[in-house]
Ligand binder design. Sequence first.
Ligand SMILES: C[S@@+](CC[C@H](N)C(=O)[O-])C[C@H]1O[C@@H](n2cnc3c(N)ncnc32)[C@H](O)[C@@H]1O
Length: 246
Amino acid sequence: MRFISDQAGIMDRYLREQENWSMHLLNTRQFILDAFTGRNIETVAVFGTGWLLDLPIEALAGKFKTVLLVDVHHPPQVRKKVEPYPNVQLFESDLTGGGMNFCWKLSKAQVKSPENDPFEEFMPVHPELPVIADAFISLNILNQLDILLVDFLKRKNFRLNESGIRNFRGKIQQFHLDWITEKPGCLVTDIAEIVAEPGRGSSEKSLLHADLPTGKRNMEWIWDFDLSGFYHPDKETRLTVRAIEW
Ligand SMILES: C[S@@+](CC[C@H](N)C(=O)[O-])C[C@H]1O[C@@H](n2cnc3c(N)ncnc32)[C@H](O)[C@@H]1O
């Protein structure tokens, strides 16, 4: 389903845009470092850890008794990187609560353009984690959860009507937000994409399909995501990022 090549694509883009990404990565790490002050948290689960670009792993390993890193795939370099920290555990799981399996089955269906909304049947279920977390950190993953699945179905020529897609995106994002807000936590996520064509102005698209929690600490910044014109050919892509702790 190209999850691994998408992850490799993140590293390629980071290497191209390193300087442009530095403020975003610094802001994310600092927001996480400042989280959970004065709260009795021993075990924290972090969702969407990828390459750990935006996670202060050494500080977290020193601060908490157990740190669980969850992603659909942990690259070998990350496995190596966390070896010195015996209290850091890695776990691979589908954080949509079954969306991958559901979309895989849809892609194999005979009927590629169903009359009814096929996503009505999707009922996400919390993946079982190997530890009981006292707190959750959602790390630049919220909209990746729906985007990667919808893109997969489109590549497989599965015909989707716009309202069905919107409902599916909303269901996936709401499931994630409901889950992580069951406990103390923080979330860092891009909420809008701003695409600028030099000399021709810019357009903005929301990436949110569910309501974010209000939280007790909030921050917002712009991430210079792709200024080399690879993501949208010959255009500059920036993302508005929101960080929330509750
Ligand atoms: C934009 S990246 C976040 C950046 C990441 N923290 C880093 O430093 O590389 C999103 C991460 O979410 C993971 N991901 C996307 N969909 C997922 C899913 N359904 N279940 C688990 N992980 C998923 C990807 O593998 C990727 O590592």
